[in-house]
Each structure stands twice: as structure tokens, then as C-alpha cells.
Design a protein around this ligand. Structure first.
Ligand code: NAG
Length: 365
């Protein structure tokens, strides 16, 4: 089955997803993660090429900073599980992940290093939350809607782009809550994740550096996107402890991650709004509905929803993708919004019915 087909069903069926993807994956079990002993932590640091930050951990965190660290920790735990599964697939030469001997040794080393670096990121975020006496999430079970190496790397490049956008948003919150040292720390991670994405992009045949200013992502959109990878009900704690809204998925051309050519075109959008009480009053209507794109550091770009069709809780529509006017190379995201003229990307979530629709403009499709 194609990735897009699996992902598409995932988006529309929401919690039924567990039944569609037969296997679930967890974090590694052999190195004490996420509670390594001192000697296990030393091993992780050696593999990662660096130790955890040395400064004192914060004793307090503001409300926004707390949620930002919870999102970061939750995401890093997912990434650890992802790269652990990817490493196993490459090492074992699982079907779809066969790499010739010479390249396999190099690929294993690279993915092992990334895995350990993600473990360090997760451990750092969890330690910060614990130090400040805040809820620190435990690993869940995860599902990855891919079964081929190139699709896995494409997915990694996509979720890393989402994280690179969400970390910008986190820095704004840390700065506004007076935590400048955290801004330094998170900026060091932004660079690190950017290095990873350069590598993934080379693997995918794209230029390593995507665009001059990477697309910003509001925390609520990153959190909503992350839910696709979590096996529903598999987290030991209630994820509602993380105070971010989860929006219904917005499929683009039938996919939660659409690959589109670098040109102006019409895109098809669909969402099932069943889970959203606030969406009820818009049912059946088509006026004042927009697709709002966020790309780079530009102000949100809203275009009118066309050919709007409602079927019970499901809405489908079309909208222009104004590629050439706005030069939208690489990753952009879309939200189904009530209204337009947003003053910033941060203003979009409160007028959103479904999001994010993840769009990847590819030169190689
Ligand atoms: C590893 O392979 C399994 C079996 O094909 C697949 O279900 C899983 O998604 C793969 N993991 C990654 C990270 O690609």
C-alpha cells in the first residue's frame, strides 16, 4: 500500500488508525532510556558526540514555557522511537530498507548518531520539566505509516521541518516569559535539527538548504500533527495534561503530507470535523471559509475556499495554491480558517477549524 493511502486513511479515521497499521513501536529498551544510569548516559553522550547541557536546570517555568517543553519532550520521545525503528530496519535489512553493505555501515552510523542525539534532546527536555516540578510525559507507542527507506526519510524530513517551525514558536514563548538561557539552548537544537534536515534533503535529491527563512509552526499545529504517529490510548499518562488543542486533520490532495510540484495549482482539501464542537455552527456554510497558508516568515496567506461540499461532519473544498507569487519552496502548512487577514502565524489557530495540512513542494516528485 502506498504511504499516501495509509496516511490518508489515518487522517480521516482518526482513532481507528490503530487497527489499520498492524505494528506499533516504542523507544529503545537496552540503554535505560528515558531513565539511563550515569554509565548508560555516558554511552548515549559518546554516541551523540556531546553531553547534556551543563547549566543549572530551571526551578520554575512559566505556563507557556511549560507547555512548550512538554511539546518538545513529547516530540523528542516520538523521534527516538522513529529512529530506533529505522535503525533496526536498516541493520536487519528489512524488506524496503535493504542498503548495500558498504553504504549500510555508513547509514547505520549516521542513524545511530541521530538516535542518540534525539535521546539527548528528550532527556534534556524531560530533566527541565522535572526540575521545575511540571508534568514530564513518558513514552507512548507509535506508528509510522511508512515501509520503505525513502518514504521514511521523507517523513523524517517532514516532521523535522514541523519541529523546526515549532521551536521558533517555543523561543518566542521563552523570551516573553523571561527565560533567555533557554532560548540559547533551544537555538542550539534548531541548528542541530537543521543539519539533520540537510542530510535528509540530500538523500531525497533536493538542495540541502530548503529556503532562506524556515516556515514557522504554531505549537497547536505541531501538536495536532504529532497525533498521527501516536497509537491512540497507548500513553501511560493522559495527554490532555499537555494544554494544547488538537485540531482535526486537514488532508491535502488526500494526504496529511502532500507532495506537490513547484507551480500554481488548485489543491483539494478535506477534513472530518466530528471531534470539534466549535466547528458545528459552520456546518453547511461556505462563505467566510478560507485556506490560510503559512510559508517561511511571510504573513499568513488566505485564499477563498471554493467548491465547498459538506457531507455530515466532513467538509471538502478546493483552493488555489499561490506558489509563484509567494515563492513557496519546501514546506508550507495550511489551515481551514474562518476569516482571513491574519496579523501573524500565531493568530491563525484561534480561527482554525482543521489543521495542519502539510504541504511539501518537491522538485523531485
Ligand atoms: C520499519 O519497518 C516496519 C516493517 O516494514 C515498518 O512498519 C516501520 O514503519 C518501519 N519503521 C520506519 C521508521 O521506517
Amino acid at each position: 500500500m502506498r504511504v499516501s493511502t495509509l496516511l490518508a486513511s489515518a487522517g480521516l479515521l482518526g482513532s481507528a488508525l490503530g487497527g489499520l497499521v498492524p505494528r506499533s513501536f516504542g523507544v529503545p529498551k537496552d540503554n535505560g532510556f528515558p531513565n539511563p544510569s550515569d554509565s548508560q548516559e555516558r554511552q548515549i553522550a559518546l554516541q551523540a558526540g556531546g553531553k547534556l547541557p551543563g547549566g543549572a536546570l530551571p526551578k520554575t517555568l512559566g505556563p507557556g514555557s511549560t507547555v512548550a517543553f512538554q511539546l518538545i519532550a513529547f516530540n523528542e520521545l516520538f523521534e527516538v522511537a522513529f529512529f530506533n525503528s529505522l535503525l533496526q530496519n536498516i541493520t536487519r535489512g528489512v524488506k524496503g530498507y535493504e542498503v548495500p553493505e558498504k553504504e549500510r555501515i555508513e547509514a547505520e552510523l549516521i542513524i545511530k548518531t541521530i538516535l542518540a542525539q534525539e535521546e539527548q534532546h528528550a532527556l534534556g527536555a524531560l530533566a527541565t520539566l522535572k526540575s521545575a516540578g511540571k508534568f514530564a510525559p513518558s513514552p507512548c507507542r507509535y506508528q509510522f505509516p511508512v515501509n520503505k527507506l525513502d518514504d521514511a526519510i521523507f517523513l523524517a524530513e517532514t516532521f523535522t521541518a514541523v519541529v523546526l517551525g515549532a521551536l521558533q514558536d517555543a523561543n518566542v514563548i521563552f523570551a516573553s516569559e523571561g527565560q533567555p538561557e533557554v532560548v540559547r539552548l533551544v537555538s542550539s537544537v534548531i541548528g542541530q535539527e537543521g543539519e539533520q534536515n540537510g542530510f535528509y534533503r540530500i538523500h531525497l535529491g533536493e538542495t540541502p538548504s530548503e529556503s532562506p527563512f524556515l516556515t514557522t509552526v504554531p505549537a497547536a499545529f505541531a501538536w495536532s500533527a504529532l497525533q498521527l504517529f501516536v497509537v491512540p490510548g497507548s500513553c501511560s499518562e493522559d495527554i490532555e495534561k499537555i494544554k494544547l488543542p488538537i485540531f482535526p486533520s486537514l488532508l491535502v490532495n488526500g494526504d496529511p503530507v502532500a507532495k506537490v510540484a513547484p507551480k500554481d495549482q488548485k489543491l483539494k482539501f478535506a477534513a472530518n470535523l466530528k471531534g470539534s464542537k466549535s466547528a458545528r455552527k459552520y456546518y453547511g456554510k461556505s462563505e467566510n471559509l478560507y485556506i490560510t497558508y503559512t510559508t517561511g516568515q511571510q504573513l499568513p496567506i488566505s485564499v477563498k475556499a471554493e467548491n465547498v461540499r459538506w457531507h455530515k461532519d466532513t467538509i471538502s473544498l478546493e483552493a488555489n495554491f499561490p506558489y509563484s507569487e509567494n515563492v513557496m519552496a519546501g514546506f508550507s502548512h495550511a489551515a481551514l480558517t474562518i476569516g482571513k487577514n491574519f496579523a501573524s502565524a500565531d493568530a491563525v489557530p484561534e480561527r482554525t477549524l482543521a489543521a495542519p495540512g502539510v504541504i511539501q513542494v518537491r522538485n523531485v516528485i
